[in-house]
Design a binder for this molecule. Structure first.
Ligand code: GAR
Length: 198
């Protein structure tokens, strides 16, 4: 069983997709993984409400002074929480902080992220809006290992999504979300086997 700690800042639809793949009979993650911790840098995040509704441990981190990263002490607290949870893999699911040394050093080669573009294209924030503005015909989503380079770690899996005439930022992001909800559980299922946990 691969034990997951899931980190998110927002509504948590990717977490819900992962948890549904665990608890649904015949789900791609049934008997392969379980969530041991959900944590957020945003005490009001929907992901924490979803975690509580599933009866899973849900932790809000103290509010720090910075916007794009956690203060080192808070990230150290997060690393301790994850360590105590016994997680084998840290799963970033809409986690909007740049991961720094306290977490990277605590879990080397054990942190993955989902990003709403076909990396290396459109790194950074609101990648679906970047794709729309660039006028490309397709975009998608990527699951990758997390390292010190933002959206720069090795790619674990990708799914392409067409950009359709009349797409708005909302319709395009919704289509990318659907792909993410397939891709993330599938990549985690593969990792469970590759890491010798399933
Ligand atoms: C997802 O589209 C994810 O790819 C993106 O935030 C959304 C979270 O949705 N992540 C990033 O942009 C990270 N740079 P969710 O909270 O419903 O899972």
């Amino acid at each position: 069983m691969l034990k997951l700690a899931v980190l998110g800042s927002g509504k948590g639809s990717n977490f819900v997709a992962i948890q549904n793949a665990i608890v649904s009979s015949g789900g791609i993650l049934a008997d392969k993984a379980r969530v041991v911790l959900v944590a957020s840098d945003n005490a009001g995040a929907g992901i924490l409400d979803h975690a509580r509704a599933f009866g899973l441990p849900a932790e809000a981190l103290p509010k720090g002074a910075f916007k794009t990263k956690l203060e080192p002490e808070i990230e150290q607290t997060l690393a301790s929480l994850i360590r105590r949870s016994g997680a084998d893999l840290v799963v970033l699911a809409g986690y909007m902080r740049v991961v720094k040394a306290p977490l990277l050093d605590a879990f080397p080669e054990r942190i993955i992220n989902i990003h709403p573009s076909i990396l290396p294209a459109f790194k950074g924030l609101e990648a679906w809006k970047q794709a729309l503005a660039a006028g490309v015909a397709e975009t998608g989503c990527t699951v990758h290992w997390v390292n010190a380079e933002i959206d720069g770690g090795d790619v674990l899996g990708q799914e392409r999504v067409p950009i359709l005439p009349g797409d708005t930022a909302e319709t395009l992001h919704a289509r990318i979300h659907e792909a993410e909800h397939r891709l993330y559980p599938a990549v985690i299922a593969r990792l469970a086997v590759e890491l010798g946990k399933a």
